[in-house]
Write a protein that binds this ligand. Structure first.
Ligand SMILES: Cc1ncc(C[n+]2csc(CCOP(=O)(O)OP(=O)(O)O)c2C)c(N)n1
Length: 366
């Protein structure tokens, strides 16, 4: 069992070893505006060719990706703290460690593209345009939250973003279903302009993927649908693979599956310490050898796209943004009780809800 786990983790880490070596090859100009990087080749399924193995990163984009990933990391760590202080209640699934996935995905699509996701949604909420303040206030159930404090961790929405979802896998049929509906034609299924993204963080709740799945080649599991297996710890790799997959769909070749190989630092949710089915050493190894934020920073510093001092400045600004957002999320009032029944679909008001102490009638203004 340990061997199997080690094999899976070493696959995540082996990408890093390759990247380390390749970093020596990058451009060597002085504080340049862009540099070319080698990225890990994706594994392909039912595809003749895949995404490129080199990519150009501009200084501007690199700094933007760094800031976004660092903001998501700090936001999740703050959510962990607020949860432990009992400001956040209920389900809370954090995505620290997986930042390159949501930032790389957003970098590879257009803001007008449609996105739907699972319960581990905070990172995508941010990359789709919600502010940290609106996200944290939603987590603490406050009026200024992006769903007015009534959605919580799994139910936040933004423009062209249809939220998280508590039902495992439901985002697939919901996302694809919407498009089939638009096409009014089941035959359109095989032409769906849809990228199905699976973030393989090596564990499903407290069970290793190796232990739970007959085949962990998730990128092949669309069967007739082509697939890509991508280094999900490298934001550039995710960006290039997403561009490739989106172009594939836009050119009407049909849907495509993308497996992003990544790692979650936290347990499955806040109620899972995350160390009973994997060792602390394993988590530490991933953190020290393939952390997505560290990888991007090292690359940019080594290729003279930015200085260590610039990154420190960004870190300070991000910390301040998160602290301000957390202050708001813990001082903003909760939504008033009379509004509890607003913004829900119900065509027969008033409806009854069993509260903690009594049956109360709410007026629905849906
Ligand atoms: C249909 C359904 N069955 C069971 C659950 C309970 N459940 C929540 S998360 C989860 C495991 C999900 O596995 P995966 O997405 O691989 O785990 P993660 O990486 O999020 O830890 C299960 C079984 C659910 N939410 N929905």
């Amino acid at each position: 069992m340990k061997k199997m786990l080690a094999a899976a983790v070493s696959r995540v880490l082996s990408g890093v070893a390759q990247k380390r070596a390749s970093r020596v090859l990058v451009a060597s100009c002085n504080y340049c505006n862009d540099a070319t990087f080698e990225i890990k080749k994706c594994d392909l399924y039912r595809l003749e060719e895949g995404p490129p193995v080199t990519t150009v990163l501009t200084r501007e984009d690199g700094l933007k990706y760094y800031r976004m990933m660092q903001t998501i990391r700090r936001m999740e760590l703050k959510a962990d703290q607020l949860y432990k202080q009992k400001f956040i209640r209920g389900f809370c699934h954090l995505c620290d460690g997986q930042e390159a996935c949501c930032v790389g995905l957003e970098a590879g699509i257009n803001p007008t593209d449609h996105v739907i996701t699972s319960y581990r949604a905070h990172g995508l909420c941010y990359t789709r345009g919600l502010s940290v303040r609106a996200i944290l206030a939603e987590l603490t159930g406050r009026r200024g939250g992006c769903a007015k404090g009534k959605g919580g961790s799994m139910h936040m929405y933004a423009k062209n973003f249809y939220g998280g979802n508590g039902i495992v896998g439901a985002q697939g049929p919901l996302g694809a279903g919407g498009q089939i509906f638009e096409a009014y034609n089941m035959a359109a299924l095989w032409k769906l302009p849809c990228v199905f993204v699976c973030e393989n963080n090596l564990y499903g709740m407290g069970t290793s993927a190796e232990r739970a799945a007959a085949s962990t080649d998730y990128y092949k599991r669309g069967h007739f649908i082509p697939g890509l297996r991508v280094d999900g710890m490298d934001v550039l790799c995710v960006r290039e693979a997403t561009r490739f997959a989106a172009d594939y769909c836009r050119s009407e070749k049909g849907p495509i599956v993308m497996e992003l190989q990544t790692y979650r630092y936290h347990g499955h949710s806040m109620s899972d310490p995350g160390v009973s089915y994997r060792t602390r050493q394993e988590i530490q190894n991933v953190r020290s050898k393939s952390d997505p934020i560290m990888l991007l920073k090292d690359r940019m510093v080594n290729s003279k796209l930015a200085t260590v001092e610039e990154f420190k400045e960004i870190d300070v600004e991000v910390r301040k943004e998160i602290d301000d957002a957390a202050h708001f999320a813990t001082t903003d009032p909760e939504p008033p009780l009379e509004e509890l029944g607003h913004h829900i679909y119900c065509d027969n008001p008033p409806f009854e809800v069993r509260g903690a102490s009594q049956w109360i009638k709410f007026k629905s203004l849906s």
